[in-house]
Design a protein around this ligand. Structure first.
Ligand code: ZN
Length: 122
């Protein structure tokens, strides 16, 4: 996949993973939100109000972000032990991927673009 310039369809909103800084379609990422009430939560649907940050569906990114405090930095907050524990638990459900395959939705067929690729070692 070349990432050269050129007109690429911008149908999918792009977000940047706070750990690896890779830009991906919003649906490829998991949103974490600092809710208005205060606690930080995983927001799988990406629609809770509050300040959000995005991470890949890749355990490495989660672990890195938790270890380095990237999430806290991005959300401008401090994780409570409970919030952190919840994020760690969620991170454990993320697939381990050595390579993040950027097969972004180049087709325009909407829903069928969702595709979790599980190539551990290629
Ligand atoms: Zn990432």
């Amino acid at each position: 996949m070349t990432r050269k310039s050129g007109p690429r369809p911008r149908r999918v909103p792009q977000r940047t993973c706070v750990a690896c800084r890779q830009e991906q379609g919003k649906r490829e990422l998991v949103r974490i939100v600092r809710t208005v009430a205060g606690p930080v939560e995983v927001d799988p649907r990406g629609r809770k109000p509050g300040r959000g940050a995005y991470l890949c569906r890749n355990r490495a990114c989660w672990e890195q972000a938790l270890r380095r405090g990237t999430i806290e930095h991005a959300l401008k907050t401090t994780l409570s032990p409970a919030d952190r524990a919840a994020l760690v638990a969620f991170a454990a459900t993320m697939p381990l991927k050595s390579v993040v395959s950027t097969r972004a939705a180049e087709d325009s067929s909407g829903d069928s673009a969702v595709e979790i690729r599980d190539n551990e070692l290629t």
